[in-house]
Design a protein around this ligand. Structure first.
Ligand code: MG
Length: 331
């Protein structure tokens, strides 16, 4: 199945590399909020990355963890959660809407990681439908969503059954008629296979992380990994680009430290786009610009803009003016 012609726009060019605002612009605004997404579009960055779970009603919502985090969530009375909150998948839409996710808990490790993040009381976990409707409006026609669908092979309780979960997400995207400006990504390749079954024309991005001994992460690329839905790296000469292309993927999303020039070349030979996550440090941004990836996913979109400008580059294809974000209002 062919991807929409618009997808070609997401390739890098001689003088541009795309910026994907990670969870909006987590470095400076509360993550996965409409305010963060609106700001990112407002500075002329055309692509935002976001994370999806679903409530017990099956409504896709934009949030990163399976449970509400005590480091970024307050109850209706303004008090911080004392421990991890309930599963998103066990909350009704109304119950979830009562929590405030507009700031980081002072003194927490997470707050210390993002010392420049603004504090904006009153922000709520948005619905995926809210964001889809935002980008279907005038002024946002050139924007894209890089939608990460969260799930865990060993924790089925975190999500609805995968066919139902994916169906709900795709129907929200379809209803807003923004499917030609969406990329679907996941570490859980069972999700990508379900997306391919239900809506094969939407491009799929295979997120990868190669586990290191120190410290180990439970994701995602290793032999017999439940995240890979039966696929084997060894069966493809230990080449992730070969594996992803042969599985019908269009995009590879490696952790930036894992990416080599050889693998990038292999991805290009296979016709894959390469979007790296999550690139925040100056030296790492420079390395990704030198490698010439297609997209840089970052918590600091302004920081990547400035590095690209230093290289005489921009973050939009020639027909889009980076200096004037086409009437997108910040307010
Ligand atoms: Mg994500």
């Amino acid at each position: 199945m062919r991807t929409p012609p618009e997808f070609e726009e997401l390739k890098c060019g001689p003088r541009h590399i795309h910026i994907h605002g990670h969870r909006g612009a987590r470095g400076i605004l509360p993550e996965n909020t409409l305010e963060g997404f609106r700001f990112t579009f407002g500075i002329g960055v055309r692509i935002v990355e976001l994370d999806i779970f679903a409530t017990c009603e099956g409504t896709p919502v934009i949030t990163h963890n399976p449970r509400l985090s005590p480091y970024s969530t307050r109850s209706e009375d303004g008090s911080w959660l004392q421990a991890e909150g309930p599963l998103i998948s066990e909350l009704t839409d109304l119950e979830l809407s009562r929590f405030d996710v507009g700031g980081l808990q002072p003194g927490s490790e997470y707050a210390n990681r993002y010392p420049d993040q603004a504090f904006m009381p009153g922000l709520r976990v948005p619905l995926l439908g809210d964001l889809c409707r935002m980008i279907s409006a005038n002024g946002y026609q050139d924007t894209w969503l890089n939608v990460e669908i969260k799930s865990h092979p060993m924790h089925p309780e975190n999500t609805p059954s995968l066919p139902v979960y994916v169906e709900r997400i795709l129907s929200v995207i379809d209803e807003a008629e923004v499917g030609s400006r969406v990329v679907l990504q996941s570490f859980d390749w069972r999700i990508l296979h379900e997306c391919a079954r239900q809506m094969p024309e939407i491009p799929r991005s295979y997120l990868t992380y190669t586990p290191k001994p120190n410290p180990p992460r439970p994701v995602n690329v290793y032999e017999d990994s439940p995240w890979m839905d039966g696929l084997s790296l060894a069966a493809h000469g230990n080449s992730l680009p070969d594996l992803i292309a042969s599985d019908g993927g269009q995009v590879w999303g490696p952790f930036h430290h894992d990416l080599t020039a050889e693998d990038l070349a292999a991805a290009r030979n296979n016709g894959l786009l390469v979007n790296v996550w999550t690139v925040n440090e100056f030296a790492d941004i420079e390395r990704m610009i030198d490698l010439k990836v297609d997209g840089i996913i970052t918590d600091y979109p302004g920081r990547v803009q400035r590095r690209l400008l230093d290289h005489g580059m921009t973050w939009t294809p020639p027909r889009h003016s980076a200096a004037e974000p086409e009437g997108v209002a910040i307010a």
